[in-house]
Design a protein around this ligand. Sequence first.
Ligand SMILES: Nc1ncnc2c1ncn2[C@@H]1O[C@H](COP(=O)(O)OP(=O)(O)OP(=O)(O)O)[C@@H](O)[C@H]1O
Ligand SMILES: C[C@H](N)[C@H](N)CCCCCC(=O)O
Ligand SMILES: [Mg+2]
Length: 241
Amino acid sequence: MANIKVGPLNRGLFITGTGTEVGKTYVTALIARQLVAEGVRVGVYKPAASGCHQEGGTLVSDDALVSNDAVALWEAAGRPLSLEAVCPQRFAAPLAPHRAAREEGRRVDAALLRSGYDVWRDAFDFVLVEGAGGLMSPLSDDDYNADLAIDLGLPLVVVAANRLGVINDTLQTVITASVIDSLRPGKELRVAGVVLNDVAPTGDASRATNAAELDERVGPPLLGCVKWAGGIDRAVNWQAL
Ligand SMILES: Nc1ncnc2c1ncn2[C@@H]1O[C@H](COP(=O)(O)OP(=O)(O)OP(=O)(O)O)[C@@H](O)[C@H]1O
Ligand SMILES: C[C@H](N)[C@H](N)CCCCCC(=O)O
Ligand SMILES: [Mg+2]
């Protein structure tokens, strides 16, 4: 009997990006809706969100704070569990979460960043985790997004904004992931692929060639391209990445 090598069960993806406002939420919601349509029980997790708004009344605690990202992910996944479970740590200032927390005299709870994933991992077929900002954006006082992705053991999908500069931005992110052991000895991060996303209805001349450039220059596959207000332009088996 050939010894069948069973690889680690890929139970989810960590969605990072070439930065903030590149379409991580938009693309993650597209993936969630596709998986739901395929009958997959999808979990969605936004470990920490900043730039949250308050729902009515005065801001008495972060209970009143709502993350638009969390709402978009929760709706796309069919309203699993609760918004609180989707995003347990919410802050108001449009800053990196650790800074937004400090503005409120609080700290991002590094342990909760990790433990908040458990309920999703244990109860759902596949979990989509959206980071905050890019791979080396701080999450807590002691964590970058990369640190959480390492500890959750999930492969990365890099959402890249389809505009001039995307080649550098994407290569920087992908190369950083590939050499993460130089920052975190003994650790590794795998980039499952890149999604090129139109972040505006119209764009610059580079839009015509960015996909071909990334295909040629970036090691991990270009999984798909997303037009403004569109879907992913090809079939992707997200669970097999
Ligand atoms: N392909 C697209 N079509 C239509 N709207 C888009 C598309 N990509 C992004 N957007 C919109 O652009 C804005 C920024 O996108 P999004 O919120 O997904 O970025 P993000 O990377 O998740 O940002 P953050 O770092 O704050 O989480 C949002 O209003 C989003 O709905
Ligand atoms: C507020 C914003 N929309 C994001 N949620 C947070 C982006 C943090 C970026 C930090 C950095 O890399 O400079
Ligand atoms: Mg987002």
